[in-house]
Design a protein around this ligand. Sequence first.
Ligand SMILES: Nc1nc2c(ncn2[C@@H]2O[C@H](COP(=O)(O)OP(=O)(O)O)[C@@H](O)[C@H]2O)c(=O)[nH]1
Ligand SMILES: [Mg+2]
Length: 441
Amino acid sequence: MLEKITNTFSDIIRTVGGKSSISEKNIEDAVEQIKMALLEADVNLRVVRRFVNSTIEEAKGEKVLRSVDPGQQFVKIVYDKIVALLGDTKKDLQLKGPDTQSVILFLGLQGSGKTTSAAKLAARLQKEGRKPLLAACDLVRPAAVEQLSLLAEKIGVPLYKEDTKDAVRVAKNAKEYARKNGFDTLIVDTAGRLQVDEDMMAEIEKIKKTVSPDELILVADSMTGQNAVDIAKAFDERLGLTGVILTKFDSDARGGAALSLKSITGKPILFIGTGEKIEDFEPFHPERIASRILGMGDIVSLVEKAQETVDIEQAEKLQKRMANNEFSLEDMLEQLQQVKKMGSMESILQMMPGMAGQIDPSAMDTSGMKSQEAIILSMTRKERANHLIIGPSRRKRIARGSGTSVAEVNKLIKQFEKTRLMMKVAKNKGMQAKLMKGLGM
Ligand SMILES: Nc1nc2c(ncn2[C@@H]2O[C@H](COP(=O)(O)OP(=O)(O)O)[C@@H](O)[C@H]2O)c(=O)[nH]1
Ligand SMILES: [Mg+2]
């Protein structure tokens, strides 16, 4: 996600951030590049103009040009502004306490990801200790109820449905059912249309009146860029949204919707959908996404993601060893095994400081992970702890033991040495370390 804009921004930031003195001309050039990057990302033109003007004004101030580290000051300004574009701080759902009912109404165009997101949110709330009930109020699209039924069953959240075409009635009865049966959160999935149309608006308006939702959430496809923002505006003007879920963030290389939505509609992005699976759903953290876009990595999300799927102790140990340059083949083995659990190499690389845009993930041989694992497993503990002792005869033995070739063993050890080196480089990039500190990371 956000590969394109991250690559462009990382380059700009690397160039300017490292400078010990900068001129007004440097600032103008950098801002011009940023402007192009934002426009290419499909950020709203008005938003870009405002961004550019205020950045130039601030960056040309005495405080920046005369400071000891103007490059970093400039990066900080850009970072703060990107955070502001994304919505400043993370916004939580405003739900009532557990002894009453809260209602969350989902709306959006067909195919935007409403049904999937409704199930993702239900699973998440259940995990947090709430008692959600899903209501199937998309009675327009054939098999929509069936789709939600299957998802509900999969995540173990009860579903309210009726055999009717009257969505308003189902919503009303679902709320009553939730109240009688002690469900504290009703999540209502509604029917979308191919475009914003009066039929859909009228139906949702009626449902809204009937269930008085605490949250009225628009689900929008981030890949549609500015279009998603226009849709949000239309829905908000008619129905009054409380927030937005941006789906398909995993496939959104540009980020235009995320960067324009708050400025244009005033509505916060609450969650992002990052894949088709139930777990591919994250609260939207403006600071973290901004760090990612600027190529400063997102260690916090990385560790959180690791904690969800990986043994926490193991993850902490690994982090520490990475920080101390003690990374060994044993750690690489652990990492290989964890990566398998954590998801794609690409999403992990994006979150590592200094790594964004440095490596082409598609060039990484993840299919070879199995044989890599086998190779390390064929090493003795001593060899894993110190790769320098693995001479030619040991390599031959390891190749035989793992069912691979000496060439493959050589390749793995080379790759390991390269990884170690990269970690050292990332760590020694003084600017990056200082920045992280400055940003409280
Ligand atoms: N890659 C990706 N696919 C998604 C995401 N959210 C939904 N989808 C897919 O988008 C398609 C439409 O989703 P659905 O929930 O049926 O949309 P609805 O018509 O708004 O209810 C389905 O194939 C989903 O699997 C996401 O965050 N990432
Ligand atoms: Mg649906």
